[in-house]
Design a protein around this ligand. Structure first.
Ligand code: BTN
Length: 270
């Protein structure tokens, strides 16, 4: 497979972002781009190092799941960051990447892309991108963060178990193959802008409006699947720390922060 990320480097250069993204590496196949970039983190590669893979043989999803990563179709990349803020602020970086992917897809395609809180990017109620953030830290200090992102770009067939939940840009657009290198450049450009804003306030204060504009559940009824008990509420949008505010049937509001709690639409995955 030829290095399709050459166009990514070119666009980053043209748009003045190649100082931030000073190392953009490409490999035809890796076990997991997160494992690869964590190794680069251990040997002191700088913030902004990116590892892009055409395929993964052991792609990792959240909660110990596998991220199936065939070659020649999709984007799999991991980004190394070395933020100066304390470790409790790192989790919301996943939201920042989700926002950046959604903004990039919206710019490069005309598709009705949205975000399912906290960080799944969806098109027509199906997931098109997944993000796995890992961190190496000690109390009060981050050594590095690796944000791994998989975007389904040109894949046209999914395994039976995920077929009703997963989609790709090509399936939704019905067009020819989308250019992975161009899309990835836009993701990285949006991420750089959003990340600098995040670092300014150490929360998503400056990104709330952009995020809430893309939040698919906003203003709609959702089912809150809390291990302590399920309930129905209206999704109102995120707070500066990245929690989701919901309005309960009695008019009271609650902020959902825990990854243990799923928020679903009343009809289906989103
Ligand atoms: C999820 O379960 O939704 C998260 C999926 C994250 C997949 C990406 S693909 C690039 C990076 N490398 C990995 O092994 N996983 C992430």
């Amino acid at each position: 497979m030829s290095d399709w990320s050459e166009i990514t480097r070119q666009i980053l250069e043209e748009r003045g972002a190649s100082r931030f993204y000073s190392n953009v590496f490409y490999r035809d196949s890796v076990d997991s781009s997160n494992e690869w970039v964590k190794e680069l983190g251990e040997v002191h590669f700088p913030e902004g190092t990116v590892g892009i893979a055409d395929a993964q043989t052991a792609g990792k999803g959240r909660r110990g799941r596998t991220w199936v990563s065939p070659s020649g179709e999709n984007i799999y990349f991991s980004l190394l960051l070395r933020p100066e803020f304390s470790p409790e602020h790192a989790a919301a970086l996943t939201l920042v990447m989700g926002l950046s992917v959604a903004q990039a897809i919206r710019e490069v395609t005309d598709l009705p892309v949205g975000i399912k809180w906290p960080n799944d990017v969806v098109i027509n109620h199906k997931k098109v991108c997944g993000i796995l953030t890992e961190m190496n830290a000690e109390v009060g200090k981050i050594h590095y963060v690796v944000i791994g992102t998989g975007i389904n770009v040109n894949q046209t067939a999914f395994a039976e178990e995920i077929r009703n939940m997963a989609t790709s840009i090509k399936i939704e657009s019905g067009d020819n193959d989308a250019d992975r290198g161009v899309l990835l450049a836009h993701v990285l450009l949006y991420f750089k802008e959003n990340y600098l804003k995040y670092c300014e306030t150490e929360d998503v204060s400056l990104l709330i409006d952009s995020y809430n504009d893309l939040l698919v559940s906003r203003g709609l009824q959702v089912r809150i699947e809390d291990p302590k008990g399920e309930y129905i509420a209206i999704s109102r949008g995120i707070t500066r720390t990245g929690g989701l505010v919901v309005e309960c049937e009695d008019g009271s509001t609650r902020e959902i922060t825990s990854g243990e709690i799923s928020v679903r639409g009343l009809y289906g995955y989103t």
